[in-house]
Design a protein around this ligand. Structure first.
Ligand code: NAD
Length: 357
C-alpha cells in the first residue's frame, strides 16, 4: 500500500466545508484503490492571524514542505478586510507560492456536458464538452521584472520590464509537454513573437523542448489570435502554455466559458511533481457555514493532485467521472442550479460523489 502525505490548509469561510468533503472523497479513493492518504492540517489566512498573529506561520510552511502535496480551501473574509494590504489573509497565498517554489499554474477549463447551458458561447461551439488546461508561468515575466518611473520629454513615464530567461521558459514548457503526454498530446504556445524579443526567445526554447516530445503536436499562436480562437473554436485546444501576463488573462477567459466559479479547480506546481491544489474561488463569506458551497472545484482539484503529483490516473478518472455522474443525475448546488430548481447542499454533494466512486 502506498502512503501519500498531504498538507491540508482549510483556511477561512467555505474553505473548511469544501475541504471536508474533499477528504471524504480521497478516503473513498484510498479505500477503493488501496492507498493511504495521510493528512496534516495546518493554518493559513485569517484563522492563522487569529491564532498566531500571522497569516502564514512557519509551521505551515514546514509542514507543506515536508508533504508530497498541499490541498488548500480558500483564505480571507470580511473580518480581516480592514487590515493593511501586507497583513491581509490573502498574503498567505503569495507566501506559499514563493516558499514552495510554485512556478507553474495550471487552470483547466472543463465544460461538463450537463452544464452546457451555463456556457456563454453558442451550443454548437462547445458541443460534446470542453477540456483545456492553461499552463501559466507564475513567478517571472512583467509582473516580477524591473519596474519604475523616469522623467521624459512627454512627462513622467512608468515602465515594467517583460523578461524571461531560457531556464524559466524551459521548465514551464516541460510542465506543459508532460501534461500533454497525459492528455491529448497537443501543446499551443501563446506569445507575441511578431513584436516582443522576449517572446522570440520563448518561442525558440519551447520548440527546443518540443523536440524531446515527438509524439506531441506543437502550435504557436499570437496572444491576440489565441484570445479570438478561445471563443471562436475552443475545442481546438488541449494544453496552452504561456507567460505570466498572457496566462493571467487567457485562463480567466477560458474559465468564463465553463460557467460557474464553483466548478473550477487549479494547481500550482514546483519542480519534482510537488504541487499545491486549490479551487479558483475564494472563501465566499456570504454563504459560509450555510451548507451551500459547491465542493466540486476542490474535489476536482484533488483529482488533479492524484493525476499530476501522485501519478494516479485511474484514481483521478474515478473522481472526475463521479462528479460527472452526479451532474448527469441532475443534482446541483445553488450556484449551478437553474431558477426554480431544488438545490442540494455541500454535504449531500459530497455524499453523492463518494457514493458514485
Ligand atoms: P469568492 O470567490 O469568494 O465569491 C464570489 C461569489 O461566488 C460569491 O457570491 C460566492 O458566494 C460565490 N462562490 C464562490 N465559491 C463558491 C462555491 N464553491 N460554491 C457556491 N458559490 C460560490 O470571491 P470574493 O467574494 O471576491 O472574495 C471573498 C473572499 O475570498 C475575499 O476575502 C477574497 O480576498 C478571498 N479570495 C480568496 C481566494 C483564495 O483563497 N484563493 C481567491 C479569491 C478570493
Amino acid at each position: 500500500m502506498m502512503n501519500y502525505k498531504i498538507a491540508i490548509v482549510p483556511g477561512d469561510g467555505i474553505g473548511p466545508e469544501v475541504i471536508g468533503q474533499t477528504i471524504r472523497v480521497l478516503d473513498k479513493v484510498g479505500e477503493k484503490f488501496g492507498h493511504k492518504f495521510e493528512y496534516t492540517e495546518v493554518l493559513a489566512g485569517g484563522c492563522a492571524i487569529d491564532a498566531s498573529g500571522t497569516c502564514l506561520p512557519q509551521e505551515t510552511i514546514d509542514t507543506c514542505r515536508a508533504s508530497d502535496a498541499v490541498l488548500l480551501g480558500a483564505v480571507g473574509g470580511w473580518k480581516w478586510d480592514t487590515l493593511p494590504g501586507s497583513e491581509r489573509p490573502e498574503m498567505a497565498l503569495l507566501g506559499l507560492r514563493k516558499e514552495l517554489g510554485l512556478f507553474a499554474n495550471l487552470r483547466p477549463a472543463l465544460l461538463f456536458e450537463d452544464l452546457a447551458e451555463a456556457c456563454p458561447l453558442k451550443a454548437e461551439i462547445v458541443e460534446g464538452g470542453l477540456d483545456i488546461v492553461v499552463v501559466r508561468e507564475l513567478t517571472g515575466g512583467i509582473y516580477f521584472g524591473e519596474k519604475g518611473t523616469k522623467d521624459t520629454d512627454m512627462g513622467l513615464a512608468a515602465y515594467d520590464v517583460e523578461q524571461y530567461a531560457e531556464e524559466e521558459v524551459r521548465r514551464i514548457a516541460e510542465v506543459a509537454f508532460d501534461m500533454a503526454m497525459k492528455r491529448n498530446k497537443k501543446v499551443t504556445s501563446v506569445d507575441k513573437a511578431n513584436v516582443l524579443e522576449s517572446s522570440r526567445l520563448w518561442r525558440r526554447v519551447v520548440a527546443e523542448v518540443g523536440e524531446k516530445y515527438p509524439e506531441v503536436e506543437l502550435n504557436n499562436l499570437y496572444i491576440d489570435n489565441a484570445a479570438m480562437q478561445m471563443v471562436r473554436n475552443p475545442k481546438q485546444f488541449d494544453v496552452i502554455v504561456t507567460s505570466n501576463i498572457f496566462g493571467d488573462i487567457l485562463s480567466d477567459e477560458a474559465s468564463m466559458i465553463t460557467g460557474s466559479i464553483g466548478m473550477l479547480p487549479s494547481a500550482s506546481l514546483a519542480t519534482g511533481n510537488f504541487g499545491m491544489y486549490e479551487p479558483v474561488h475564494g472563501s465566499a463569506p456570504d454563504i459560509a457555514g450555510k451548507d451551500m458551497a459547491n465542493p466540486m472545484a476542490t474535489i476536482l482539484s484533488s483529482a488533479m493532485m492524484l493525476r499530476y503529483t501522485f501519478g494516479l490516473s485511474d484514481e483521478a478518472d474515478a473522481v472526475e467521472s463521479a462528479v460527472k455522474k452526479v451532474l448527469a443525475d441532475g443534482y446541483r448546488t445553488s450556484d449551478i442550479a437553474k431558477e426554480g430548481e431544488n438545490a442540494i447542499g455541500t454535504v449531500k454533494t459530497g455524499d453523492l460523489i463518494v457514493e458514485a466512486i
